[in-house]
Structures are given as structure tokens and as C-alpha cells.
Design a binder for this molecule. Sequence first.
Ligand SMILES: Cc1cc2nc3c(=O)[nH]c(=O)nc-3n(C[C@H](O)[C@H](O)[C@H](O)COP(=O)(O)OP(=O)(O)OC[C@H]3O[C@@H](n4cnc5c(N)ncnc54)[C@H](O)[C@@H]3O)c2cc1C
Length: 395
Amino acid sequence: MNWQELDLFNPTDEHLMLRQTVKEFTQQEVEPQAEKFDRDEKFNLPLFRKLGELGLLGITVGEDYGGSNMDPIAAVIAHEELSAADPGFCLAYLAHSMLCVNNLSVNGNEEQKQKYLPGLCSGELVGCMAMSEPHVGTDVLGMKTTAQKKGDHYVLNGRKMWITNGSLDEDKTPADCVLVYSVTGEANGRAQISTFFVDKNCDGYSVGQKIYGKTGMRASNTAELVFDNCKVSSQALIGKEGDSLIHMMRNLELERLTLAAMSLGIARRSIEIMNRYASEREAFGRPLSYFGQIQKYIGDSYAEYMAAKTYVYDVARKMKVHSGGQRLDSDGVKLVASTMGKNVADRAMQVLGGYGYVSEYIVERLWRDAKLLEIGGGTIEAHQKNITKDLAGQL
Ligand SMILES: Cc1cc2nc3c(=O)[nH]c(=O)nc-3n(C[C@H](O)[C@H](O)[C@H](O)COP(=O)(O)OP(=O)(O)OC[C@H]3O[C@@H](n4cnc5c(N)ncnc54)[C@H](O)[C@@H]3O)c2cc1C
């Protein structure tokens, strides 16, 4: 039996078909460009738009808006498969389809959805989500970006940092739209957060800097965004004013689940590469796989990968696109899978020796990309904190 095709990971024919389609696309179109775009620190926008033709850009969005109306398991499959070839490109896909598009689809009103979702699902428009700031990441409620209501519009002021897809190219072309969290007031000593859907043509909105020199995920663009007296109409408010903490938390569940799926893709690819290499490469007249220390690298990696994968797919099975409901375990899967992916990529590099350290065998890129998943979408310390708090709340 092929260890990647268990029913647990493809519960329906639709899921299996999706996996095969994404895998085929990945092998034919994503894999060949991955090394170049990583080296050049560039986002492959034409390739990204092709994901729209496959129905992946609005994978969790209703068909009425141009989406594929699929479930979190499908989202996990798409991220796992894309990440097995190019985690950087996959991160750009995640920022668009999970952080921006899914969020708008779940929390936007009819007019907002009709206006933006068809373009976002087809790939005509590229979106991003801006939560983190230069001085605030984990402590998200400490955000400084404000939105002040003035008559029939709001005025946004602040800076957002580390925004994937924030800039589409080196000329600092902004994404077509950005979902921005900002503070609209305070209640009981706590910031009231609201979400705005800001169009790239809004006055006062610009890309501050495109961030270069990332360790990994270099095929996705990361940027700082600036809101300087940025005037947006009241129609840009998503949901009710001050009500966005719940949107943010629910969307983070799907974000963490799909980031965990990316780690699965990295681990699987690393295992495939080190397994083949250890069978073919000889030392002391024996294949590397003969030696116990190499067996430990491969055996431990496979078992840890399968354990994390089973957890990820179980949480995906229980998660609902519209209501989440897996807060504790979305932190749990990201905590387990991100470190597992990093460790497995590290072992693959070790098994390949000097060849692992150069780009030919891919593992050095997977190794660099894997580290981000212990930081982005919540650090491993944040997951440990959240899990402990949630478990204590169950006492
Ligand atoms: C490549 C990349 C892409 C990203 N894409 C996006 C995006 O699209 N949109 C977006 O909004 N953000 C994005 N981010 C931001 C990312 O989510 C944050 O970097 C992350 O949440 C951590 O925040 P920080 O960097 O400010 O670190 P900090 O929060 O300052 O944390 C620094 C260190 O302190 C630890 N720490 C903080 N608080 C505690 C605590 N209470 N207990 C124990 N330890 C603690 C952290 O775990 C970490 O080790 C991206 C980041 C990167 C690097």
C-alpha cells in the first residue's frame, strides 16, 4: 500500500481526486520553478493565477461566489501537496486563500462578497491579511493601528509588518486588497478590534518596504504596509464595529491547521529524499540505510510524520469552515507539526551529508522554509501558552 494514500487522509473520492490534481499540477508546474524563485526572492504571480483555474484560490468559498465549496480537509490536502514542492509559493497561496479569502467569505456581508470574492477566487485579484505590526506580534491585542469613524467613513492610521503578499513585486505594487485589523475603541480595559477590507486604490495606503533577506519562504513576498490617514468608506467594515476578535480567532484556527499541513508536505518530501538517498549511496561498502544511525533518522522521521499527520487530519475532519470549534487543537497541530517538519528536514540534510547542504537535492530549501512554521501564524511558545490556558479553562 502507498503510505500516502490511506483513506484517513483522503476520506472521499472528491478528496482523493483533489490530491491527485494538485499533485499533478505541482509536479508539472510548481516543482520546475521552485529553485529559481527561491533564489531570486520572487513571487510567481502568473503561476499563482493558475491556481484559480484549478479552483484552489477559493477552496472553502461557496460556489455562488466562484469558490469550490470544500471543507478543511480539502484545504489541508492542497497545502500539503503544494508545500511538498514549494513551501514559499504555498505560503503565498495560504495568505490569499485562507487568511484573506476565507475570512471575507465567512465574515463579509453580501455586497462585499459579491464585489470581491469572484475576482479573488479566479486569481484576477490577490489578497492578504494584516494583523502583525512592527512592535506587536504575539501580543496581538496590543496593536496600535487605529480606525476612527468620521461621518460615513473611517480613517486608518498605523503600520503592519510581515505581511505575506503585501507587495506583489520589487516595485512595491500592493496586493489588490488587504484585510486589516485595527483598534476602534476600548471596553473593560481591552482593545476593541474591527476588520476593514481595504482596496489598493485607497488614498493613504501604501507599501512601506518589501522585506528582503528572509531565511526561507523566499518565493513569497513579505512587506510592511503603511496606513497614513487612509480614508475608507463605512462599507469596508467587515461585520460589526468592535466585533472582530472572534473573526480573528476563528480564522487563526484554519490558518494554523493549514500551516501544519505545510509542515507535513515538507516532512514527507524530506523523508522521500533521504530514504532514496540512503538506499542508493554507499559508504564502507554498504548502502547508508544499513547503518543504525541512519535508520534512526529515517525511522523516527517516518513515525513522527505519521503521528503528526494523523492528528492534523483528525482536527481537519472536526473543524467547520464557518464556526471553527477547534481552537485548542489548531494550536496543538501547529505546535507538533511545525517542529516535526523542521526536525525531519534537518535529519534529511544530515543523511545527505554535503549534498544535503546544496540546492540540488532540495532539502536545504525545505530546511530553511520549515523554520518559519515555528514562528508565523503564532510562535511555538504562543501555542504552548494558548494550550495551557485552554486546558486550565477546562478544569
Ligand atoms: C515570513 C513571515 C510571514 C508572515 N506573514 C504574516 C501575514 O501575512 N500577516 C500577519 O499579520 N503576520 C504575518 N507574519 C507575522 C507573524 O505572525 C509573527 O512574526 C508572529 O506572530 C510572531 O510575532 P513577532 O515576530 O512580533 O514576535 P514576538 O511576538 O515579539 O515574539 C518574540 C519571541 O517572544 C516570544 N513570546 C512573546 N510573547 C510570549 C509569551 N507571552 N510567553 C512566552 N514567549 C513569548 C515569542 O514566542 C518569540 O519567541 C509573518 C511573519 C513572517 C516571518
